[in-house]
Design a protein around this ligand. Structure first.
Ligand SMILES: Cc1cc2nc3c(=O)[nH]c(=O)nc-3n(C[C@H](O)[C@H](O)[C@H](O)COP(=O)(O)OP(=O)(O)OC[C@H]3O[C@@H](n4cnc5c(N)ncnc54)[C@H](O)[C@@H]3O)c2cc1C
Length: 469
């Protein structure tokens, strides 16, 4: 590991990888295994390394028959249909097909480099067939890949944000660091610096001031500096500025890096109101794994980007306890006071809701059709009165997971430029180019799949171009 920047300048690098998350490590390892001298540059300090990859749990992989990690089969056709459904066709079909085909190799490739997977999970998420879960989560995957990378001679420098790329006619001549005027050169560059979800000013260009109230679920280091540098120098953008993955999280979560624990999964069993104590969307529209990703955007559309999930003592037992203790009161009016809502307004909404609920118990294991009647909006499943004290409330905010806008690439992970040409020595993998495949919507686990597949392609292509060195 290099700690002194001057050492960087005395080494002749074959490949520089910018960003030490999943995509960057897969790229660096592939290039190093092909015999190249590789440097990974990371803006975070070593103990915060790994970007959003630290927060992940699984990747989605195609397989024709049961494996030691995944049950049954998940065919190319089924995976492709799933992707088309969530993106509504906003995808580059050729790159999507390439990603899915190559996803079949990932668990074995990663396992051979130290990553361990859990046996298939059963349970409410029902992902044991499609998604391979990392034993110990994304942090363990990351540490395994970093140890392996160090063992095969890859150099790392941490705490060193790259400020700018020096690109000339599709060729990267070098890069600049903060506070250092001499460009660092290499023969090939791979950009794996994530999205720009931690750059609230840039998000505000698409979302307006509402973006200032977003909480960032992942790393504070994904500010899109590399993406901006590429776009400013003529790289072709892909995906739109206001597309992002966002979920409803507890408003008490930290501004950055709260991870998955801050998500509130009780919405289907709640009544969700805004600051005026009014409901604004069908909380019971579908099973939660199919709906949680729309709630970030829904909360973002409410005044001050705030909402409140209100439950009674029966509802609060219907989902996994949250990391944040709910705010509690013996009365709805008392709860409103604690949450900063007008007591009469919340009491009125709750009474109207309770009066509109059907008779009899709900069944959360199915779409039970137990719907309210006469409300706008109706709650179409699991509508049970909020009636048994004590009452509970969770304050909600939009929690942004990642952005979709990135740079266009081809099937060799080369970045494409506005003059129609592919870059000669500049590749991209991971979130910075995921919008090629995931133009909108989300399919759980595909972020890590795109990063690992394109990271490997980028590493291989960068290494290949140095064959005659
Ligand atoms: C809470 C949460 C849970 C998630 N769960 C899953 C999941 O289970 N499965 C899944 O598929 N996806 C999941 N995702 C999405 C997933 O995290 C991303 O798709 C994936 O990690 C992207 O990998 P990456 O290598 O492109 O980016 P990252 O892992 O974010 O790595 C980018 C790296 O680049 C560095 N960097 C940025 N700018 C610079 C610069 N200028 N100079 C140097 N370094 C720089 C950053 O510090 C960072 O380390 C989740 C995301 C979050 C936030």
């Amino acid at each position: 590991m290099y700690t002194d920047k001057t050492q960087l300048f005395s080494t002749s690098w074959d490949v520089i990888v910018i960003g030490a998350g999943n995509a960057g490590l897969c790229a660096a390892i592939t290039a190093a295994e092909a015999g190249r001298r590789v440097l990974v540059i990371e803006s975070a300090p070593r103990d915060m390394r790994g970007g959003n990859t630290r927060h992940t749990r699984n990747l989605r992989a195609m397989h024709e028959e049961p494996t030691d990690i995944l049950t049954d089969a998940y065919s190319f056709e089924e995976y492709f249909d799933d992707l088309m459904r969530v993106t509504k066709g906003v995808t580059n079909e050729a790159l999507a097909a390439l990603t899915l085909e190559k996803s079949a190799e990932l668990t074995s490739w990663l396992s051979h480099r130290g990553v361990r997977f859990q046996p298939a999970l059963s349970g409410t998420l029902n992902l044991g067939r499609t998604n391979a879960f990392f034993l110990g989560g994304g942090r363990a995957l990351l540490n395994s890949l970093c140890h392996y990378a160090e063992d095969i001679g890859i150099s790392f420098i941490y705490d060193t944000p790259v400020k700018e790329l020096l690109i000339d006619d599709g060729m990267c001549r070098g890069l600049l660091f903060e506070g250092h005027d001499t460009p660092l050169e290499a023969r090939q560059f791979i950009l794996t610096a994530g999205g720009f979800e931690a750059n609230l000013d840039w998000l505000a260009e698409g979302w307006g001031d509402a973006a200032k109230n977003f909480l960032v679920r992942g790393t504070p280091y994904n500010k899109g500096v590399m993406l901006r540098s590429l776009l400013d120098q003529g790289a072709v953008p892909v995906g739109s500025l206001d597309q992002c993955h966002a979920v409803a999280i507890d408003a008490r979560a930290p501004k950055y890096d709260g991870g998955i624990a801050s998500r509130i999964d009780g919405v289907p069993f709640s009544l969700v109101v805004n600051k005026q104590a009014e409901r604004f969307y069908d909380e019971g529209e579908d099973f939660w794994p199919k709906r949680y990703a729309i709630w970030g955007r829904l909360v973002a559309g409410q005044p001050d980007q705030t909402a409140y999930a209100i439950l009674d003592s029966a509802g609060v037992k219907r989902f996994m306890p949250s990391v944040f203790t709910p705010i509690q009161s013996e009365t709805i009016e008392g709860l409103a006071g604690e949450l900063g809502l007008a007591p009469e307004a919340l009491a009125k909404t709750v009474v109207q809701f309770n009066d509109a609920c059907p008779e009899g118990p709900i069944d959360q294991s199915i779409l039970d059709g137990k719907a309210t009647t006469g409300l706008t909006p109706e709650k179409t499943n699991w509508a049970a009165p909020v009636a048994i004290p004590p009452f509970y409330g969770f304050p909600l905010r939009p929690g942004i997971t990642f952005t979709y806008m990135g740079v266009e690439v081809n099937d060799k992970a080369q970045i494409l430029f506005n003059d129609g040409k592919a870059a000669t020595n500049l590749f991209a993998a991971g979130e910075i180019m995921a919008g090629n495949i995931l133009g909108q919507g989300y399919l759980a686990g595909i972020g890590m799949t795109i990063g690992a597949v394109f990271g490997r392609i980028a590493g291989e292509e960068a290494a290949k171009r140095l064959q005659n060195k």
